[in-house]
Ligand binder design. Sequence first.
Ligand SMILES: Nc1ncnc2c1ncn2[C@@H]1O[C@H](COP(=O)(O)OP(=O)(O)OP(=O)(O)O)[C@@H](O)[C@H]1O
Length: 293
Amino acid sequence: MNFKEVLLVVNPIAGHTDKKKIISGIQEYLEKSKINFHLYSTTGENDRENIKARIQDHEIDRVLVAGGDGTINLVADAIKDLNLTLGILPAGSANGLAKNFNIPEELDMQINAALGSNFIDLDVLCLNNIICLHLSDLGINAELIKNYDSSAIRGKFGYLIQSIPTLMQSEYPFDFTIETEKGKTNAQAVLLGIANAKKYGTGANVNPQGVPNDGVFEILIFKKLSLGEILKTLRNETDLDPDFVETIPAKQAKVFSKKPVAFQIDGEYIGKVTEIDIKILPEKLRIAIPESI
Ligand SMILES: Nc1ncnc2c1ncn2[C@@H]1O[C@H](COP(=O)(O)OP(=O)(O)OP(=O)(O)O)[C@@H](O)[C@H]1O
């Protein structure tokens, strides 16, 4: 192994699960290999700055993260200019990014991949100056995340029970104008996705043509709510009806909404917006992944 100091960033509340097994599994693995182990538990306050300080103080040369997409995004933001590899131990409610890299369920295999030497150099999107690794969107899914955040019930069930009131309260459809390097499109949509990857955390393959390291992202215009098409995405079928979703590949874009619309990045609710500026950063993020993806 070509690293000596490993920092594990753990979000203790992510997924509402105990992280002790993850921490001890990594500690044991590193002890056997005579590699130093450092632990940082997030608090929800100043985590980015604290992670950067730990990396500098201990000359960290591999970073691991145990949390959901929000925590992975936070750690990626802290290390994006530092030329460090990130290993992922999925421990959130949905784990969307991990689903895209077929990170296994078994902890031993996750640890092997996270400390291994098979990598992907991921594109990093930047939306209104906030990074996005996986999937962001405007519209009903962001409204669902907002309602989930303010509810007492966590985990997958929490999302499920928020889905009906979200749909009842939503003011969908929304009117969007999308400008890319190729031209301008006006569209009405229930949900407008900005995708670096293929799948949501549910496993729904909404962007079959998405390649996370090709220097291109996709704007996904979901025109209607269609149970049949949603089930197709969940079955990993790739022949989605163009009346359900239209895809615009782009290298940079601006999105305008006529009225303020809910916006989320990598599962974190941001607020209501009328405009988004989308770029791909010049730096890539190196992620350690299992051998076969
Ligand atoms: N110690 C902490 N206490 C409370 N919140 C925290 C703590 N550490 C991090 N957070 C919050 O956790 C969120 C990120 O959670 P993440 O997306 O990784 O996991 P998750 O399981 O998907 O979360 P959720 O259960 O909310 O869906 C951020 O909003 C961050 O501010």
